[in-house]
Design a protein around this ligand. Structure first.
Ligand code: COA
Length: 330
């Protein structure tokens, strides 16, 4: 008898308001044609007044609990991944815990766009080795709050959203759940995606605000190359650990940063396009929310059945990456 962490519920929350490529044509020197061709993005959601990382996370978490058929007091741990916390102190998970009425341990994971997959793997460890029964993992972001809407190289790429999953301890001879995983980080590349202001190195001051240091900056071309390389290396390592061949993977759910990164990674991993979840066209890059958002969409569309093998990969700031192979439950 072994124990695995299986996904038993999922939920999402996206703001109503949309920013289309046509809207960006009015903001910066760009075109719908350039954005679609270079990124695959057509529109993204933007948090409105009163919407924050925590409110989106709470709504996604509530949807996941409802779908899993459990109540707040059934949750033993909350793991919340975000790059855009509610505020510097306290951690966003405290707001989400309170909003959902959970009475359990709660902590944040800050691993950029890889945060949700890092969180899913971390949460699973508490189920498999820590004796917990249910963990709620949330990825929630309001990237629109840290974008420089005069910088065309970054502002067109990102969007706001939240996604959440319930992980449950499942026991049996060969139960569904997390089969294999891979985590990594190359801190020597930490300057490739940065928001420099507001921390210990560069505390907030009038000068940091004036210099735009509270917005995200990125070396897009180098991030692109590394994103493809890491997704392939990490995804392959995960499949190898599980003894699974690429052709056995039923659905590949990569971090949704750029459709060209997704296609290149899928091709090099040996996965055909029909088995890849893509929604970057409608949401842009939602960082830690992107994988649960794409996974939930695929599940709701009936693309997953019991026994299916699902490969998740994500890479982002750090540069950190994470992959997970799941067997879907009935
Ligand atoms: C950002 C990204 C879309 C740029 O695409 P690219 O094909 O690499 O384009 P380049 O950066 O080489 O830029 C090509 C030209 O387009 C211009 N350009 C950049 N953004 C533009 C925009 N929104 N509209 C029009 N032109 C733009 C550049 O200034 C450059 O012009 P130049 O040749 O005159 O200098 C791409 O590099 C990317 O997606 N990188 C990964 C980003 C990412 O996913 N980050 C998060 C990871 S978690």
């Amino acid at each position: 008898m072994i124990t695995r962490a299986a996904l038993t519920g999922w939920g999402v929350c996206v703001p109503e308001a949309r920013l289309t490529n046509a809207d960006f044509e009015r903001l910066v020197e760009t075109s719908d044609e350039w954005i679609v061709e270079r990124t695959g993005i057509r529109e993204r959601r933007v948090a409105g007044e009163g919407e924050t990382t925590a409110t989106l996370g709470i709504a996604a978490g509530a949807a996941a609990l409802k779908q899993a058929g459990i109540r707040p007091h059934d949750v033993d741990l909350l793991v919340l991944a975000t790059t855009t916390p509610e505020q510097p102190i306290p951690q966003t998970s405290a707001f989400v815990q309170e909003g959902l009425g959970l009475r359990c341990g709660a902590f944040d994971i800050s691993v950029g766009c890889a945060g949700f997959v890092y969180g899913l793997i971390t949460g699973s460890m508490f189920l498999v080795g820590g004796g917990l029964e249910r963990v709620l993992v949330v990825g929630a972001e309001t990237l629109s709050r840290i974008l420089d809407y005069t910088d065309r190289q970054t502002c067109v790429l990102f969007g706001d959203a939240a996604g959440a999953v319930v992980l449950s301890a499942v026991r049996g001879e060969d139960p569904p759940g997390l089969l294999a995983w891979d985590l990594g980080c190359d801190g020597s590349a930490s300057d490739l995606i940065q928001m420099r202001g507001g921390g210990s190195r560069l505390p907030t001051s009038a000068a940091t605000v004036a210099a735009g240091e509270h917005c995200v900056k990125m070396d897009g071309a180098e991030v692109f190359r590394r994103a493809v390389r890491s997704a392939v290396a990490s995804g392959s390592a995960t499949l190898e650990r599980a003894g699974v061949k690429p052709e056995q993977v039923d659905l590949f759910v990569p971090h949704q940063a750029n459709v060209r990164i997704i296609r290149a990674a899928a091709q090099r991993l040996g996965l055909d396009p029909e088995r890849v979840a893509v929604n970057v066209d409608r949401y842009g890059n939602t960082s830690a929310a992107s994988v649960p958002l794409a996974l939930a969409e695929a599940a709701d569309a009936g693309r997953l059945k019991g026994g299916d093998l699902v490969l998740l990969t994500a890479i982002g700031a750090g540069m950190a990456w994470a992959s997970a192979l799941l067997r879907w439950g009935e």
